[in-house]
Write a protein that binds this ligand. Structure first.
Ligand SMILES: *Cc1c(COP(=O)(O)O)cnc(C)c1O
Length: 388
């Protein structure tokens, strides 16, 4: 049996007539960049996410970059972020000649550990970038409290978390000063190329985002500030508009698949525990866990990734590949170990959780179109590997 990590063609097949029509309509309109299609999409996101302003931008990375430009990050400023994330989270900080300051992760969610943030704050600290990793919200309550206390801005990296809800039911990305999302094809809501979105409830920041998306001119050709070309194509907005009404259903599908995996792993005796760090048992997997499970808490985890932690991870990945099963390591190298950040002189042992994650985590196929047989096959093969 073949179980790819992601099957975009399966999703395309379910919406082909509408998506094809949207593409042809764009061709016929010959209106390619920003314009009414992008505006309409932005209005839909304001409503969907419950946020005052939304702007389509050229990618998730550019969403983060323009957000940092909007809050006026200057060379030498320090920005606190988790050491374990996709590279863009740290890369955008360095691109502005500011300094990324790394924090280790929470052992259950692998999101930034709020308890370790304050120790990293200096006079130069200007902002925090929590990442809602794998589609589960970072713990925003303590993060916002710390930001308020120290007068810091919060830019949320919600690239993997469009429609994720924090434990209070608020959409991840709408809690801090600016929220950033990605429409990269492998995200839960993907377009046909690069695309992204920035959102804010703050009118002044909205103005900065709006003008910095088009080089900072206001009026056009008159520049008080410098922006960039962070514009979204109409064609990408059209694709997103076709897909957005299906997002909740897809999230539910991912959550059901996650619940099914967890059930199958436990039934097969391959796991007893969800989401603890201590890795005492060989031949077992640790399963991802949704935080704040107490009743009344929403915490809507949308499983952009379903991450198990396992010993002999690389061998397992190879074995799965031989058996037609796709998997991926997100991420093999935390920021504090990246060569490009060597000048930051990080101490490796300061980041035990991220180091553990980098060496043990493995993403399994979780996309909503997976069949029950495929999920069973994945768990069976993992069982075969662990018990051999
Ligand atoms: C994908 C991703 C980004 C970057 O988004 P792009 O659209 O690929 O530029 C940033 N941060 C995280 C956590 C991501 O997963």
């Amino acid at each position: 049996m073949n179980v790819p990590l992601l099957d975009l063609k399966a999703q395309y097949q379910t919406l082909k007539p509408e998506l094809d029509k949207a593409l042809i309509d764009c061709a016929e309109s010959q209106y390619f960049i920003l314009g009414p299609q992008v505006k309409e999409m932005e209005e839909q996101f304001q409503e969907y996410l419950g946020v005052k302003h939304a702007f389509g931008v050229s990618s998730g990375t550019d969403a983060l970059l323009i957000a940092l430009m909007a809050i006026d990050i200057q060379p030498g400023d320090e920005v606190i972020l988790p050491t374990y994330s996709f590279f863009a989270t740290a890369g955008v900080v360095s691109r502005l000649n500011a300094v990324p300051v790394f924090v280790d992760c929470d052992p259950v969610s692998f999101n930034i550990d709020p308890n370790q943030i304050e120790a990293k704050i200096t006079e130069k600290t200007k902002a925090i970038i929590p990442v809602h990793l794998y589609g589960q919200s970072a713990d925003m309550e303590p993060i916002m409290a710390i930001a308020k206390k120290h007068n810091l801005k919060v830019v949320e990296d919600g690239a993997q978390a469009i429609s994720t809800q924090y434990k209070d039911g608020k959409c991840a990305g709408t809690i801090g000063d600016i929220g950033c999302y990605s429409f990269f094809p492998s995200k839960n809501l993907g377009c046909f190329g690069d695309g992204g979105l920035v959102v804010t409830n703050d009118d002044d920041l909205a103005y900065q985002l709006k003008i910095k998306r088009v080089h900072g001119g206001d009026p056009k050709y008159y520049h008080k500030v410098i922006g960039g070309n962070f514009r979204l194509d109409a064609i990408q907005a059209a694709v997103i508009q076709v897909k957005l009404p299906h997002l909740d259903k897809w999230s539910e599908g991912r959550r059901q698949n996650a619940a099914m995996y967890t059930k199958l792993f436990i039934e097969a005796g391959l796991s007893e525990s969800e989401g603890i760090l201590e890795f005492t048992e060989n031949n077992k997997v640790l399963l991802p866990k949704a935080l704040w499970a107490e009743s009344g808490h929403k915490n809507y985890h949308i499983y952009n990734q379903y991450i198990i932690r396992v010993d002999k991870r690389d061998e397992l990945q190879k074995f799965l590949k031989e058996n037609g099963i796709g998997s991926e390591v997100y991420y093999p190298v935390p920021f504090h170990r990246q060569e490009c950040f060597a000048d930051l002189n990080q101490v490796d042992s300061d980041y035990p959780v991220a180091n553990f994650a980098a060496e043990h985590s493995l993403a399994l196929p979780i996309y909503p179109e997976l069949s029950g047989e495929q999920l069973e096959y994945v768990v069976e093969r993992i069982g075969e590997f662990l018990n051999r």
